[in-house]
Write a protein that binds this ligand. Structure first.
Ligand SMILES: [Zn+2]
Length: 320
């Protein structure tokens, strides 16, 4: 190498805009852990959100290395094609907000945006449980149910950029109302709040249980009661697992993945949910070939999935 030439490493900046925290990280190529990392409070309801976002990116910006692209993850709904946030929860300042164009204008670098569930799926595909797979179905079961689909090594974004809302699949048109207002979506049966709501409804009907009628009941409380042998609590998880199997059977028919990755707190409950899930899934898949060599597993990246997904999006869109 001739003297006097400084060799710079291409860097990707990834940002995860969460409800409570904004996190940014700078990644050098071929290294999974970030070179620089910064986390600040989102303060979604307070003005100045965009300035806070710029400052957290500036904090991780490399001093000498060049930045290839910026990947941005945010709760939806959003338009990944135009880079506009449409109506992020709890943040009126960012309704119809041109996030990607404004970030590109400020930093002079290409930026790419997608929603948190799609990016968690993309992160698991590239850096986590889905490594080596080309067809990945990622489902997060938590307060809501979200999804990310990678097919033929490409993230499915859709014409409007609104794919893949797996939690809003209709599994029973006469089912309970979903958080979105429509009835019978998978999320209305198998999310954490849906599990607690079912138990509360049964308690109101007089079903016996160690659980008491408490509006603050969580899926975790129900899981604890189930582990003590409480019939109603076990039944609540059986119902959730059964509907999750109904949903995933349809997703196998549509996407035919080689791996299904479960993220989110509710999916960490183990057999309580996955025993009925597995039975339900196998009963409903219309050809056994869908299940051949199919891996069903837990997410590996935890809290880092969103950041690594934003990184993966920026890398893949930049041809890296
Ligand atoms: Zn819904």
């Amino acid at each position: 190498m001739p003297y006097g030439i400084i060799v710079t490493m291409p860097t990707i900046i990834a940002v995860d805009i969460g409800g409570t925290h904004m996190r940014a990280a700078a990644y050098a190529q071929n290294k999974q852990s970030p070179v620089k990392y910064k986390k600040i409070a989102t303060l979604a309801s307070k003005p100045g959100g965009f300035e806070r976002l710029l400052s957290v990116i500036e904090d991780v910006w490399p001093k000498t290395d060049s930045v290839t692209a910026i990947g941005l993850g945010s709760p939806g709904p959003l338009d990944p094609h135009s880079g506009y946030l449409l109506a992020p929860p709890n943040n009126p300042e960012w309704h119809n907000f041109p996030l990607t164009p404004k970030v590109e204008e400020h930093f002079g670098v290409k930026a790419f945006l997608d929603n948190d569930a799609n990016l968690a799926g993309l992160g698991e595909y590239r850096y986590g449980a889905g490594k080596g797979h080309h067809h990945v179905l990622y489902i997060t079961v938590s307060t809501g149910i979200g999804g990310g689909v990678i097919t033929d090594d490409r993230l499915l974004q859709g014409y409007h950029g609104l794919a893949a809302e797996l939690g809003h699949s209709i599994v029973d048109p006469d089912g309970p109302p979903c958080s979105c207002g429509f009835n019978g979506h998978l999320e209305a049966f198998a999310s954490g709040p849906a599990i607690a709501k079912y138990v509360l409804g049964e308690l109101e009907k007089g079903t016996k249980s160690v659980l008491k009628r408490d509006a603050n009941m969580t899926a975790r409380d129900v899981a604890e009661a189930a582990h003590q042998g409480d019939e109603l609590a076990i039944q609540a998880y059986q119902r959730a697992g059964t509907y999750l199997g109904i949903g995933v059977a349809s997703f196998l028919h549509v996407f035919d993945p080689s791996i299904v990755i479960f993220g989110g707190g509710v999916s960490q409950v183990g057999q309580l949910l996955f025993d009925p899930f597995n039975i339900s899934l196998r009963q409903r898949v219309f050809h056994p070939r869908y299940l051949e060599e199919l891996v069903i597993t837990q997410a590996q990246l935890g809290d880092d999935a969103g950041l690594l997904g934003a990184r993966a999006l920026a890398e893949m869109k930049s041809g890296l």
